[in-house]
Design a protein. Structure first.
Lengths: 445, 152
């Protein structure tokens, strides 16, 4: 903080100038006039150019583990999805539910949540929602309830694991929390929330939907095996995904970060996928796979890490942590619940990634008050539950929501902000209420 | 040689208030892949082609990019498709006309029209720039016949 102060232009106070850059960056991200990756990279450039931090500090701010984990998982999914395995799951759900709409609604929620726990939420809904539309059209039932519940389920399921949602990747990486830590601490409460959610969906939509016998017969005639488009690729993908999950589970024991495991897994699957091809076809295939990495997200993170490093060095986050603590009187229960609810309400409106990236150093700064890093655990879980589940509150709360709305609109199904809000916001509050009870009972009492 | 010299004048067209059923009939009878659509004043509004027709028979989601890898899991359902064809046959062509195909003008050069065929792989409408009226259509068969000096 002190050593960088002298380097700032015109002797400006690094605290104020870094705060200003952060506010402008946030405002520009929210306005969506310019792509968020461009905004974050510009903000990062400004932090360095103006001299709030130097280049070495900027590089220290980068969380390469998060970047590696994101890129690795994106490559794995880009390859694995070409086998048709996720479409298979949706078709399988239709068969197992015997064409009963209420059973299909519950089963697709479950499948979406489970897939989403291991894949990025946007990827999950991109794979499940289009097939859902085909199935509901065959059943001649309204698709809206299905798309709605898939959004909610993807955000709930994504909260369950380290790799399910970017905020968890950020939190896990920064706080040194393993894949198993997330499974042990978050999966139980997520299962409770998901079961409640499925029951609520049933009460609102499921019990009223009837499938006519002729349409049900069509669904009963589905051949799920035909949904697999490439069996060899399916086996290769399942092998590598199993190895990667095994790696995550044993990460502590083998002393590897999740990012290393994911990237190594991606490399292995690329090898298995490319091996049988001619050299030119390999290059072509590789280009296709790399093009599927969401570079906008990756560069958004790259810029954001530097912006956050800037405000951290400028002293804003330390100040903010002190303010929060003085408001909550340094009481762990009050602080945890405040973080949970504030994260949820904010994430319903703004992108949860910049919010979580900013909150991580704030929470780290609270360590002395709560007796070291160990004492921060309830706060990390509160941040994760709030930021991930909060995304369900509105249609703009998470990228998966907008992705589904986009697909629906293109398929001629209206997907409106207020219609979504009417059910989604109370459901989000329900999930946060359950999380509050869970956090209180397990960590605070 | 300009487009005017080898285009087909007085082509078979659809009017905005024609139905999908009529379009299907014309396509089947003449083996046409693409039909220009005009409004009541004879102005060109777009095209309706075989792929637009097939898209109407398919589940909507399956026609969005490649979001659905395949439909192999659906059981064969000829009666279902026949029912769907009957269901869509009363739809009006007007809202279905696709205006996104490039249009040719009568004075355009033959090389330019070849390039547009190459890029769009389709018969193209010829439209009078001043009035917006459809004056003909040009197919790659017409173009090839004109260049080779043989009849199409």
């Amino acid at each position: 903080m002190i050593e960088s102060a002298s380097a700032v232009w015109f002797g400006w106070d690094p605290f104020w100038i870094s705060t200003l850059i952060l506010i402008i960056t946030y405002a520009a991200i929210i306005s969506e006039r310019v792509n968020r990756a461009v905004v974050a990279l510009l903000g990062a450039g400004l932090m360095i150019l103006i001299g709030v931090i130097n280049q070495e500090q900027a590089i220290e701010g980068e969380d390469f583990n998060t970047l590696a984990l994101l890129i690795g998982m994106m490559i794995l999914v880009a390859i694995a999805k070409r086998s048709g395995m996720f479409q298979y799951l949706a078709v399988w759900s239709a068969r197992v539910s015997r064409g009963q709409p209420w059973a299909l609604l519950a089963l697709l929620s479950l499948v979406t949540a489970v897939v989403s726990a291991f894949l990025d939420n946007v990827t999950t809904v991109l794979l499940i929602a289009p097939v859902t539309l085909v199935i509901t059209e065959q059943l001649r039932i309204p698709p809206y309830p299905f798309l709605f519940t898939e959004i909610i389920a993807s955000n709930i399921g994504g909260t369950a694991t380290l790799i399910g949602d970017p905020p968890n990747i950020l939190i896990g990486s920064a706080a040194g929390l393993s894949f198993n830590d997330f499974v042990v601490n978050l999966t139980p409460v997520i299962i409770i929330i998901l079961v409640l959610q499925i029951a609520i969906n049933h009460a609102i939509w499921g019990r009223q939907m009837k499938g006519d016998p002729e349409a049900r017969a069509r669904v009963m005639a589905f051949n799920a095996g035909e949904a697999i488009t490439d069996w060899a690729l399916l086996y290769k993908s399942l092998l590598v995904i199993s190895l990667v999950v095994l790696g995550f589970v044993t990460a502590r024991f083998i002393g590897l970060e999740a990012g290393t495991i994911a990237l190594a897994g991606a490399a292995l699957l690329l090898l298995l996928d490319c091996w049988p091809r001619e050299r030119e076809a390999q290059t072509h295939r590789l280009n296709e796979m790399f093009a599927e990495v969401e570079w906008v997200t990756i560069f958004f993170f790259v810029g954001l890490f530097i912006v956050v490093a800037g405000v951290e060095h400028g002293g804003l986050l330390n100040w903010f942590a002190d303010e929060v603590l003085s408001l909550t009187g340094g009481d762990l229960t009050t602080t945890a619940i405040a973080i949970l609810w504030a994260s949820a309400l904010l994430s319903a409106i703004i992108d949860n990634i910049p919010f979580v990236a900013t909150m991580i150093p704030v929470i780290k700064n609270m360590a002395p008050t709560f007796g070291g890093p160990e004492g921060l655990l309830p706060l990390w879980w509160s941040l994760s539950l709030g930021a991930c589940l909060g995304g369900n509150g509105t249609l703009i709360g998470a990228s998966a929501n907008l992705t589904v709305a986009g697909i629906a609109e293109r398929a001629g199904i209206p997907f409106r902000f207020l219609t979504f809000l009417k059910f989604a916001f109370p459901m989000m509050l329900m999930s946060i209420a359950v999380s509050t009870i869970y956090i209180y009972l397990v960590y605070l009492s | 040689m300009t487009v005017r010299t080898f285009m087909t004048t007085d082509p078979v067209t659809l009017r905005a208030d024609d139905t999908v059923g009529r379009a299907t009939e014309i396509m089947l009878k003449n083996r046409y892949l693409i039909l220009p659509v005009i409004d009541v004043e004879g102005r060109y509004t777009g095209v309706f082609d075989m792929w637009d027709l097939l898209a109407l028979l398919l589940p909507k989601a399956a026609t969005l990019d490649h979001l659905v890898p395949g439909l192999g899991f659906l059981a064969d359902d000829l009666p279902g498709l026949q029912q769907k064809l009957r269901d869509i046959s009363d739809q009006k062509i007007g809202p279905l006309a696709r205006p996104d195909l490039p249009i040719l003008h009568p004075e355009m050069s033959s090389v330019e029209s070849l390039l547009l065929f190459y890029r769009n792989r389709s018969t193209l409408p010829v439209v009078d720039e001043a009035t917006g009226r459809l004056v003909g259509v040009l197919s790659y068969w017409d173009a090839l016949a004109a260049i080779s000096g043989k009849k199409a």
